[in-house]
Design a protein around this ligand. Structure first.
Ligand SMILES: Cc1ncc(COP(=O)(O)O)c(C=O)c1O
Ligand SMILES: Nc1c(O)cccc1C(=O)C[C@H](N)C(=O)O
Length: 397
């Protein structure tokens, strides 16, 4: 059983802050600082270029991939790390389209994260031959799966509302129509139990800087189902996806299985920080984490609804229908979030009116939740947010 009191002490969290934004950027695992220093001093500093072999840098993307694989229910040897999530979306989409050459539709939903849709648009613009990106409301997806659809690209947990797609059901429907499915697990990995193998997902992608706490700009991951691993072709056919990168052949020959989804040089320093984060995850039981996340989010909803009637719950009320975040709608949501941050409660805002809070049991407890709800209650009751300081748009939100 995971000891969530113990895991809390493994993170650096500033005094006086309740961090409810780990769904956007996880906090610093304390061990990451020493781990990065060690990699810099002992590996890069001392080994120089031999670090690629002697420190195991070359194998990092698949070694760490397997540790993430456990968290998303992947078969060992079918997850690799590298690049950003947007790039991994592109790779999976391009491979899927090549696997369904007679079909012309990429299907997605209006709850998807914009970057995923932009990547699909760009792919079609550059290489489409009558292809179309069809975006429907999430509730219409099941009916939109027809034999025109080559691939469905979905983010399992809606980044705004936290609404959770039924991965098993939609994947089964897609397969019945001969359609492939790519699951974006950006808001799922480390947040909820995921079973890519059990649900038959064809591809899955995700980032490691949110719930997995890998750090800003930490590399993304891609999963390719074993049945496709030696069939899927890499459109971004970089040298490290080649079967023999150091043969420096003139022509590309794909690497075995998931190796072909590598592109170029792995970000060794970023992976060192991620490695420290994964040391924590190795001891986490995902069922226990999910149960705890539901307890914390239910408590938050209960407290906020009791004290802030003007905030409208934007997330599904049924915890089994949402990920590990809770959102509320409020017209002046931006100012409310800025006021909350100024009072030590960090959540975030997504246009036009969504106030969003992430629940991360590794470093949050009940007391944090009740304290955060009290701060929010005061901000709403006293209209603390109604101040020019909090209404002004600044920087990244
Ligand atoms: C669901 C989803 N997909 C894609 C992205 C884009 O990821 P990246 O900026 O790492 O390419 C994000 C977050 O930024 C996201 O939440
Ligand atoms: N990746 C981000 C970034 O580089 C800057 C600010 C925010 C992000 C995010 O991850 C946003 C996030 N995908 C979201 O759900 O809104």
């Amino acid at each position: 059983m995971t000891d969530f009191t113990a895991t809390r002490s493994l993170f650096q969290l500033p005094d006086g802050v309740i961090y409810l934004d780990g769904n956007s950027l996880g906090p610093l695992p304390r061990a990451a600082t020493a781990r990065m220093t060690q990699v810099m001093q002992d590996e890069w500093g001392e080994m120089l270029i031999s670090g690629w072999n002697h420190a195991g840098w070359m194998a990092q993307p698949t070694r760490l991939g397997d540790r993430i694989g456990r968290l998303i229910g992947a078969e060992p040897g079918h997850v690799v790390l590298g690049d950003t999530l947007s790039i991994k979306v592109y790779q999976a989409l391009a491979a899927a389209l090549e696997m369904r050459p007679d079909r012309r539709v990429i299907l997605s939903d209006s709850g998807n994260f914009p970057s995923d849709l932009y990547m699909a648009e760009g792919l079609i613009r550059a290489f489409g031959r009558g292809h179309e990106l069809r975006v429907v409301p999430p509730e219409d997806l099941a009916d939109a799966i027809t034999d025109e659809v080559a691939v469905i690209l979905l983010t399992q947990v809606d980044y705004r509302t936290g609404r959770l797609h039924d991965m098993a059901d939609l994947t089964a429907r897609a397969h019945a129509a001969g359609t492939l499915v790519i699951w974006d697990l950006a808001h799922s990995a480390g947040a909820i139990e995921v079973d890519v193998a059990g649900t038959g997902a064809d591809f899955a992608v995700g980032c490691t800087y949110k719930y997995l706490n890998g750090g800003p700009g930490a590399p993304a991951f891609i999963y390719v189902a074993p049945c496709h691993a030696d069939v899927a072709r890499a459109a971004l056919s970089g040298w490290l996806g080649h079967v023999a990168p150091f043969a420096f052949e003139q022509n590309y020959r794909p690497g075995a299985g998931i190796e072909r989804m590598r592109v170029g040089t792995p970000p060794v320093l970023a992976m060192a920080a991620l490695e420290a984060a994964l040391d924590i995850w190795d001891s986490v039981d995902m069922a226990a984490l999910r149960a705890r996340s539901i307890t914390l989010s239910e408590l938050f909803i209960e407290k906020v609804e009791a004290t802030c009637p003007m905030l409208e719950l934007a997330s599904p009320r049924d915890p089994n229908q949402r990920g590990s975040q809770v959102s509320f709608r409020y017209e002046q949501g931006f100012a409310v979030v800025q006021a909350a941050i100024a009072h030590g409660v960090i959540g975030d805002f997504r246009a036009p009116d969504i106030i969003r809070f992430g629940f991360t049991p590794l470093y949050l407890c009940e007391e944090d939740i009740t304290d955060a709800a009290s701060v929010l209650a005061r901000i709403m009751a006293e209209r603390v947010w109604d101040n020019a300081i909090f209404r002004t748009q600044v920087g990244v939100t």
